[in-house]
Design a protein around this ligand. Sequence first.
Ligand code: NDP
Length: 253
Amino acid sequence: MHYQPKSSLLENRIILVTGASDGIGREAALTYARFGATVILLGRNEEKLRLVCDEIAQLGKQNARWFLHDLDQATPEEAHQLAARIAEQYPRLDGVLHNAGVLGEIVPMAELSTAVWQQVMRVNVDATFFLTQALLPLLLKSDAGSLVFTSSSVGREGRAGWGAYATSKFATEGMMQVLADEYKSKNLRVNCINPGGTRTKMRASAFPAEDAAKLKTPADIMPLYLYLMGDDSRRKTGISFDAQPGRKPGPAE
Ligand code: NDP
């Protein structure tokens, strides 16, 4: 995507990013801060979250805060407690990027363990839903809220071996579509991003034999992440966007 926003795109915006400790989420948090946003980082690893916060502080713009929230353990009550803590410190949320996710195992469905299936659904679907429900009141306080889910090409067309992950991403697309329809007459837009193959830890575990140098980096795909949080996307809702339009799904060639 060719999108060159002004450096002030996200000034006065408060944006929460899940899975902000690593990979695409870490890059999104840093990028949003660079474009002026106040960023709230969510993750399960305190040490990694602190490092991202320190990097944001070094930008000399808005300070970021982090909150621990392990999506594998999360309950609806914890999600509401977290939202209450956020509401004590911030007047609203202008953006939420649901980015955290797990891959599970790449094996035929017949061999997929129920434990892995349940873990992938807990993290990618259940906890994402709990958090969305808890954060909606804060998002609705924004004059132009943006709720962004993270999908995948296998969330649009199934692929052998990707059982739990693909199913969880179809559910993510569904969650996005339902919410977009429910809020279409409100100040809240709801969309999905399919990052496309991107050089991260998750990608390396999915395609261990792939030449990672052929993949885009998280920084390369940030234009879409910025577009969806800024005013230029105000009228877009219910859409599943590709951060790398035209890229063929599967290993890098
Ligand atoms: P990474 O594995 O690099 O990062 C995942 C992030 O999610 C990390 O911050 C990780 O935290 C966090 N996370 C994982 N489990 C939990 C949990 N239980 N509680 C809280 N946080 C958790 O993945 P990517 O950056 O590659 O992926 C980001 C998103 O993009 C995912 O939703 C993924 O499905 C999607 N995606 C990625 C593609 C790619 O090619 N990279 C392609 C298509 C979609 P920690 O640092 O503690 O591990």
